[in-house]
Design a protein around this ligand. Structure first.
Ligand SMILES: *Cc1c(COP(=O)(O)O)cnc(C)c1O
Length: 481
């Protein structure tokens, strides 16, 4: 019992710690209150863990003495506690090879978009004002013109994301009405976004037609009643049905809708503005194609293949878009100036296709030739100390990247990767060390090795990865202040 109390007495107080040499340094970097709170939390945890250990041992022998309460160890714990509290969104290195990775923020922006964000956010900006008259204007004016120019749509609107775009279209055109959709298109997009749930939220009544693998035009026409509000087509953006299949051409759906005066909406998902087949990539439907087929409304994300900030575009016939714009939900789903600035700058790159291909990072990454990717791998290897190379067993291997983000599902894009293997540390431990490095590095694990895909890594990040690999192979739990 005495010994137990001694142990508790040995734990320094909050005051002692905050005055100590190591920890007082922390108050130069972080607000004092934050440090004090972190100290309290760390000390509480230590006391609790001693109590737990006591409880699990009948005899109160020396186990609790294993709690390391040296100033260095406490400093590290306190620092980790603070960093845990403060760690929010930060630069990360995507070495997963998944170009549109929702967990890693989807599309990185063009330099132009990022510069434009800086320009309009550190000062006032012309968000809703017309310069010549000085009168109030519509915030979507320029962006709508750009979308119409690029896609040949009559009218367009931008909302918070594509889920919001679908919701707004359904709420406006199909509330308490029936929406006809093929059973092969009841998609779950991820993040629990399921088409049927969104439809329900909007008050639309789902009418499923066809089967999982085959849906014919007659399935749609047989389902049309006076209660039908909308025909909806959803792009199978993240999966593929192969084999004995049949879907209805968008053009045929459009004709059917026209005969019955029912709008046809196409949820395109990724929203490609460039025909990727021209560049040797597999087919992915474009927005222009959908508009040309005569669809009434098309909805797509702006942070997927389009390569902009998070947003959703609704484009199509003026007649329907005018109704959407009047819906009070539009105000609730509206985007801010950051989105508008970033998206305008991104869309402007598409006015010249060659420029877009060069400058939009996601397209550029998709089309990066293998020799460039291999060069990045070689530069990493050349940058690593040979001693560490032998410790870690690092080599260049072949593999595949993926588009991700609901585009080019199932398509494997050949790539080169850095493979890292360690006899001392298992792949999970190595991956964890890379993830907790600054900046965090995300790769994938295959057959007990870490694979780092250089397709999604930019040139400036190559050196950082080399430095990280050197650092994580060391075994010191260094307290870096
Ligand atoms: C990604 C996707 C969505 C959701 O888009 P967000 O912009 O993430 O809201 C909806 N429908 C389809 C077909 C998609 O691929």
């Amino acid at each position: 019992m005495n010994q137990r109390q001694d142990i508790f007495r040995n734990i320094p107080s909050v005051n002692e710690l905050i005055e100590s040499e190591e920890i007082s340094k922390l108050t130069n970097i972080y607000p004092r209150q934050l440090v004090v709170d972190a100290i309290r939390e760390v000390l509480d945890n230590i006391r609790q863990s001693i109590r737990n250990k006591r409880r699990s041992k009948v005899d109160n022998e020396t186990s609790s003495q294993t709690a390391d309460i040296s100033p260095q160890s406490l400093c590290l714990l306190i620092q980790q506690e603070i960093q845990g509290k403060l760690s929010g969104i930060e630069h990360a290195i995507n070495a997963t090879g998944i170009i549109l990775h929702t967990g890693l923020g989807r599309a990185p922006l063009t330099e132009e978009a990022s510069r434009q964000l800086q320009n309009v956010t550190t000062s006032y900006c012309t968000l809703e004002i017309e310069k010549t008259s000085g009168s109030r204007a519509i915030r979507y004016h320029c962006i709508e013109q750009l979308i119409c120019m690029l896609t040949c749509a009559e009218s367009a609107l931008v909302v918070n994301n594509n889920a919001a775009a679908v919701l707004l279209a359904l709420d406006t055109l199909a509330k308490d009405k029936e929406v006809i959709i093929s059973r092969s298109q009841l998609v779950e997009i991820g993040g629990e976004f399921r088409m049927p749930d969104v439809m329900q939220k909007s008050g639309a009544i789902l009418v499923e037609v066809g089967t999982t693998n085959k849906t014919y035009l007659s399935d749609y026409s047989n389902a049309i009643t006076e209660r039908t509000g909308l025909i909806l087509k959803v792009h199978q953006s993240n999966f593929k049905i192969v084999g004995f299949t049949d879907t209805v051409d968008l053009k045929d759906l459009v004709s059917l809708g026209q005969i019955h005066n029912i709008p046809v909406t196409y949820d395109l998902g990724s929203g490609a503005l460039i025909n990727l087949q021209k560049y040797g990539m597999p087919y992915e439907p474009t927005v222009q194609e959908a508009i040309k087929a005569g669809v009434d409304i098309v909805t797509f994300s702006t942070d997927k293949l389009l390569g902009g900030p998070q947003g959703g575009i609704i484009a199509g016939k003026k007649r329907w878009l005018d109704l959407l714009k009047k819906n009070p939900l539009t105000r609730a789903l509206r985007v801010g100036k950051l989105t508008i600035a970033g998206l305008e700058a991104t869309l402007k790159q598409y006015l010249e296709e060659d420029t877009a291909v060069k400058k939009i990072p996601v397209i550029n990454m998709l089309l990066t030739p293998l020799n460039v990717i291999e060069d990045r791998c070689k530069r990493i290897i050349n940058n690593i100390n040979p001693k560490i190379m032998s410790m870690l067993d690092i080599s260049i291997v072949d593999g595949f990247s993926e588009m991700g983000g609901g585009a080019l599902p199932g398509e494997r894009i050949p790539t080169r990767l850095i493979s890292v293997y360690s006899k001392q540390l298992n792949a999970e431990e190595l991956a964890m060390r890379l993830r907790t490095y600054t900046p965090p590095i995300f790769g994938r694990i295959e057959y007990g090795r870490i694979l780092l895909d250089m397709r999604t890594v930019c040139d400036e990040e190559v050196k950082m990865i080399a430095a990280a690999l050197e650092k994580i192979s060391g075994f010191s739990g260094n307290c870096v202040i």
